[in-house]
Design a protein around this ligand. Structure first.
Ligand code: ZN
Length: 204
């Protein structure tokens, strides 16, 4: 992707994601791969009102090439995902209520989801009878350490569509901005369904 196109796609995604309520209080960050590396949102801006000045350009090794503002601390995790999955061209990181709460409620390292038609919104999933597995990592303010854990787990068994950070949010990725948006929306829908199911079962 050319820089300008990548930034346009992320600005548009930001408006949509913000309307969904998945990036409150300037939270979250977005990136897309470009011909020379990747662009990523600078920290501290309302993700529903981004402009081209709110992006930083990195080379593929994670060195800043251009742009003003402070890079998000979470840039390292975006970089790791691009290095691990060479098909990934876009990463959208959100802080939704469903992802935040569900990742705390599930105390193991994997969220298992089965039985939902909407699982088919995830590339490669053909049936509600399949079980999708979303890795959960404990939150860590040391993003380099967190990125190392994601890398170690990916190398042990590849991760698809997205990962959860406990009490924090979701990182979704895909082979294009459109596919990434579909993965994000599909996963958020499934998380919200699971949350409702758990609440209902607890009240019976
Ligand atoms: Zn975050």
């Amino acid at each position: 992707m050319q820089n300008r196109y990548a930034i346009e796609q992320l600005i548009e995604a930001g408006e949509w994601i913000s309307q969904k309520g998945w990036v409150p209080a300037t939270g979250g960050n977005f990136s897309a791969k470009t011909d020379s590396g990747f662009v990523v949102t600078a920290s501290g801006h309302d993700k529903g009102q981004l402009t081209a000045e709110h992006f930083l350009q990195f080379d593929i090794h994670g060195q800043i090439e251009s742009g003003a503002g402070k890079p998000s601390a979470e840039t390292d995790l975006h970089l790791s995902l691009y290095q691990l999955d060479d098909q990934a061209t876009c990463v959208l990181h959100t802080h939704s209520v469903a992802a935040t709460v569900l990742s705390r409620f599930i105390t193991t390292d994997t969220l298992m989801i089965t039985g939902y038609e909407m699982q088919k919104s995830l590339t490669g999933v053909a049936s509600h009878e399949e079980t999708i597995q979303i890795a959960i990592f404990d939150n860590d303010q040391d993003i380099e350490r967190l990125a190392e854990k994601v890398t170690a787990r990916y190398q042990h068994s590849p991760l698809y569509h997205g990962i959860l950070i406990r009490g924090h949010g979701l990182y979704a990725w895909g082979r294009s901005p459109a596919e990434t948006r579909r993965h994000l929306e599909g996963l958020e829908f499934l998380f919200a369904c699971e949350l409702e199911r758990i609440k209902l079962e607890a009240s019976l």
